[in-house]
Each structure stands twice: as C-alpha cells, then as structure tokens.
Design a protein. Structure first.
Length: 248
C-alpha cells in the first residue's frame, strides 16, 4: 500500500509543481513584456524625432506647413502648385535667414498680367509653403509696377471671383491673404472696383461677426472707401449697414 501510494503522490506533486512552474513562467513572461514596452517608450522618447518635436528649430516658424516635394501626396496638386512646379511662375523663392524674397526671371514690369496676376490670385488659397509665400508676395510685387492700374483694370471680371473664393475660404490665413490682396487691388484700380464690390462684401460681413476679424475688416472697408470714393460708400452701406464712414 505504501509503495503504490508513493508514485501517485509523486505524480500529484509533479503535477502541482508543473502548474506552479507554468504560473511562475507566465508571470515572468508578463514582466518581460512590460519591461520591453518601457524600454521602447524610453528609446522613442530619446529619439531625434522626439527631441525635434520638443525643441522646434527657428526655421520651423519661418517655413510653416512646408510641402515635401519628395513625399507622396494624398491629393492631386492644385492648379497653382502644378503651374509652379513646371516653372510657369517666372520667379523663384530665395530663402533668407531672416525673411524670404522672390527673384524674378525678368523685371515684373515687363511681364504680362494676363494670366500671371490671376494665377497668383488663385494661389492665395494655398495652405502649404512655398506656395503661400510665392502667391502672396508675387501678387503684391506685380501690383507695384508703374503701369499696374491699366494692366489690372481689364482683368477685374476674372480677378474678383478668384479673390471671392479666398475670402470665403474656411482657413483663416487664406482669408487674411485674400483680404490683404483685395485692399491692395483697390488701391491700384480705385473706383473701377466699385462695380464688383458687392460680390465681395457678403463674405466680409459674415466674417465681421468674428471678433478676431472685426478690426482688420473694418480697416479694409475704410481703405476700400478711400480708394473707391463716395460710390464705394453707398455699396458698403448697402451690404454692411453698421459701417461708419470715415470720409463723409
């Protein structure tokens, strides 16, 4: 009886020992997995990419939302981006340590406004660098040439819808670029813009409800009135009754 009981007892003890060993092994494996995860987390935190996010470079502020020409784009390039990449804009971006500038292939006064000025106006809706800078600065510099007025006035029927598209854009920076371009255009063409002004004021009246845009829009309306004269005031008051004239 004693001999027959011993093997069974040994076998039972072996089963118990086996279960305990398996439980201890599972616990050990769990601890090893946790240690592995912690090691990966620490190594990723010390990686150069993580350090770059915690300590951004000064150039990150200078080149916001920079486009990667070598990366795969999820969407097809815009018309402006396609034209720019093919050299259709006769200028190139010169990177500076403090600010960027444009270098034109030839003097801007020798360039035809049609379709260049319209193309630059379309680029105001871009949200990636360098397209944002090229379109805004190119539009501004082109309107600074000596005979800009006589070149821009015939293009108003094409320019106004493009500027309106920028003014109704959901991106705040796009709207601000469109507003700046509108003010500059009004200073160049003067009262000639009055016939098209009503198409642009609706979007301004809607954005005027936003407190952060109240001051820049009011300033823009004042400049539109100055450049457009009494005729522009009548149109502005018809669309934005709360506007107060600074000239009359």
């Amino acid at each position: 009886m004693r001999k027959s009981g011993c093997p069974g007892g040994v076998q039972l003890r072996n089963r118990v020992t086996g279960k305990c060993d398996q439980s201890m092994s599972s616990s050990t494996q769990g601890k090893q997995r946790i240690a592995g995860h912690l090691s990966k987390s620490l190594s990723s935190a010390d990686s150069p990419e993580s350090t770059k996010k915690l300590h951004p470079r000064p150039s990150d502020k200078l080149n916001p939302k920079t486009i990667n020409p070598f990366g795969e784009q999820s969407r097809a390039p815009s018309a402006f981006a396609a034209i720019y990449s093919k050299g259709g804009i006769p200028c190139r971006l010169v990177h500076g340590s403090v600010r960027h500038r444009l270098q034109w292939d030839c003097p801007p006064e020798n360039l035809p406004f049609d379709p260049l000025l319209i193309t630059l106006a379309e680029g105001l809706r871009e949200t990636k660098h360098p397209y944002t800078f090229v379109s805004k600065e190119g539009f501004r510099e082109l309107l600074l040439v000596r005979d800009a007025s006589e070149k821009a006035v015939p293009l108003l029927p094409k320019l106004v819808p493009v500027l309106k598209a920028a003014l109704v854009h959901l991106d705040d920076e796009v709207f601000e670029r469109g507003l700046s371009a509108l003010v500059q255009l009004s200073g160049v063409v003067g009262p000639y813009l009055n016939d098209h002004l009503k198409h642009l004021l609706t979007s301004l009246s809607k954005r005027l409800m936003d407190k952060k845009f109240k001051e820049p829009i009011t300033s823009a309306l004042q400049k539109l009135e100055q450049h457009g004269g009494n005729g522009s005031l009548i149109i502005i008051k018809s669309k934005i009754p709360t506007y107060c004239s600074i000239c009359y």
